[in-house]
Write a protein that binds this ligand. Sequence first.
Ligand SMILES: NC(=O)c1ccc[n+]([C@@H]2O[C@H](COP(=O)([O-])OP(=O)(O)OC[C@H]3O[C@@H](n4cnc5c(N)ncnc54)[C@H](O)[C@@H]3O)[C@@H](O)[C@H]2O)c1
Length: 347
Amino acid sequence: MRKIVITGGAGFAGSHIVDEACQKYPDARVVVLDKMTYAGDVRNISHHVFSNRVQLLVGDVADLDLCRRVVKGACLVIHAAAESHVDNSFGNSLEFTRTNVLGTHALIEACRQERVPKVVHVSTDEVYGEVMSGAAAEDDVLRPTNPYSSSKAAAEMILRGYIQSYHEPIVIIRANNLYGIRQFPEKIIPRFICHLLTGRRLPLHGNGSNRRHYLSTRDFARAVLFVAEQGVVGETYNIGTTEEYTNLEMAELVCKHFGRSVDQLVDFVPDRPFNDARYSISWSKLQGMGWKPQHSLREDLGMLVDWYRDNLERYTELFGTPEVQAITQTLAMLATSGAAAELKVTT
Ligand SMILES: NC(=O)c1ccc[n+]([C@@H]2O[C@H](COP(=O)([O-])OP(=O)(O)OC[C@H]3O[C@@H](n4cnc5c(N)ncnc54)[C@H](O)[C@@H]3O)[C@@H](O)[C@H]2O)c1
């Protein structure tokens, strides 16, 4: 039986790769290696774990001995484990280097020692840094600008050394921002949705003009396995979409879905120490091989809101118990309806 290892598989993007792998390879054994940080949630993959399709191993990708045991006999390793939230990286940058750089190094060394025949490394469009016009292609210079993207670029440099020196069978992918269910509500879309579901205001960095592209995580997961099968060893592939919004446009989009006016709900908060104005990548290389995005955020937003409404209790540490959530929401509705206009709901 084929064994596929997915690191970070209990996180947001990783769990969608697990879904795709289980569907695409019904006969494979899928093993998830995940440290179960705040961003990992067993419920993201419990549907597979309970049906014995997926084995969840809790551990650190920076542990070489553990990685060797986990990847032994695997035909494919997909490396999605990471510290992923840029805001956190400004306060805790060493942890980002430990997991994203040392962790990637330990995992690839384990894959080398165990002769894993293919490794897909999940990277990000943020390694190119700010792209104000046009679109970055795979061969462009990497100019990361924050501790998160620097750690992702540094990981790629380690991998390049392994490709060159050891002919390690590595393929690297760099994706746009992702949207989908199960994303931890520290990221902009689920945060806005959860804030509106619980009657809170929307915090917006700076003046809200930073632009991002948003790719469906289902399209992303499909691309990851497409590249695993068809990607040329040593190559890098951008995975992108044309759907682009400023943060303020994103707030407007989500508010409109709730029938609310963005003007009444946005709080402009201090920006990050540095915040790339825009990322943009060209994914013509992947498109030329036959992949293209099939979903759009505009069409998927209703489904996303429904999912977060149904799963709000997952995030009680952020938004209070279901009872507190219900009270906060009622107070906010009263406040905006004018019935209790003096009420101010704070986060
Ligand atoms: N989310 C996006 O918009 C996006 C866009 C482009 C690329 N990426 C990349 O995709 C990958 C997954 O991102 P995500 O948004 O799903 O992140 P996430 O934070 O939701 O999940 C990360 C997962 O990795 C696990 N993890 C963290 N440290 C670990 C360690 N030391 N050992 C083992 N597991 C560990 C966490 O427990 C969690 O399950 C990352 O490599 C990220 O750089 C994400």
